[in-house]
Design a protein around this ligand. Structure first.
Ligand SMILES: O=C(O)c1ccccc1NCC(=O)[C@H](O)[C@H](O)COP(=O)(O)O
Length: 215
């Protein structure tokens, strides 16, 4: 790289909703920065704490394990944390800031974006959030494989942005170029079936992000 060119900041990448050893290994090998585990029982990607603990043991240092919850009771989160060494929590429901920060872990607060949601006001309600994860407004709280209108994302949110919702190997480069989020997050777009990831799709997704990082 010459002095006249410079690589942009690396967009961090979270692959979410993993349930199998081979998929964890494929995501790590492809260069994922974080792996998400869904602790929301109605989700087809749900894993038990015991299963997540088995999968997390495969992660090398500095690849973050993210635990995802939807309006959990404190006891549920504590039970997961007692068995699964999660670096980051992700809350996808109507949790208040105090309900998110009580576990003394970095957390992502998901916003389900729609035209009538004031994202500046929403983000301001979670000053302790490590980032705001911007997702589409779908049934079932998330994992819907649907994009939202990225032009709804305001400039100047206090927190970093994790862009999510319907991303895949075909649209993520444009998403990164347009939004320049701190990170991107994907589930459906790298799957063969819900909870079953496709290693080639993971590789293509990450390659597309890296390509956009260097535009
Ligand atoms: O993945 C799920 O099944 C899920 C269920 C309930 C709440 C959140 C869920 N996923 C959270 C994620 O972080 C997903 O990666 C995000 O919603 C994007 O999903 P997709 O649009 O399928 O890429």
């Amino acid at each position: 790289m010459t002095s006249a060119t410079h690589a942009r900041t690396k967009t961090r990448i979270k692959i979410c909703g993993l349930t199998r050893e081979a998929d964890v290994d494929a995501a790590v090998a492809a260069g994922a920065d974080a792996i998400g585990f869904v602790f929301y029982p109605p989700s087809p990607r749900y894993v038990t704490p015991e299963r997540a603990a088995e999968l997390v043991r495969r992660l090398p240092p500095f690849v973050a394990a993210v635990g995802l919850f939807v309006n959990p009771e404190p006891a549920q989160v504590e039970a997961v944390l007692a068995k699964v060494p999660l670096e980051v929590l992700q809350f996808h429901g109507d949790e208040t800031e105090s309900q998110c920060r009580r576990y003394l872990r970095p957390y992502l607060k998901a916003a389900r974006v729609r035209p009538d949601l004031d994202l500046v006001q929403y983000a301001a309600a979670y000053p302790s959030a490590r980032a705001i994860l911007l997702d589409a407004f779908v049934d079932g709280y998330g994992g819907g494989g649907k994009t939202f209108d990225w032009s709804l994302i305001p400039a100047g949110l206090a927190q970093s942005i994790v862009l999510s919702g319907g991303l895949d190997g075909d649209n993520v480069a444009e998403a990164v170029r347009r939004v320049r989020p701190a990170a991107v997050d994907v589930s459906s777009g790298v799957e063969a079936a819900k909870g079953i990831k496709d290693a080639a799709k993971i590789r293509a997704f990450i390659a597309a992000v890296r390509s956009a990082d260097n535009d």
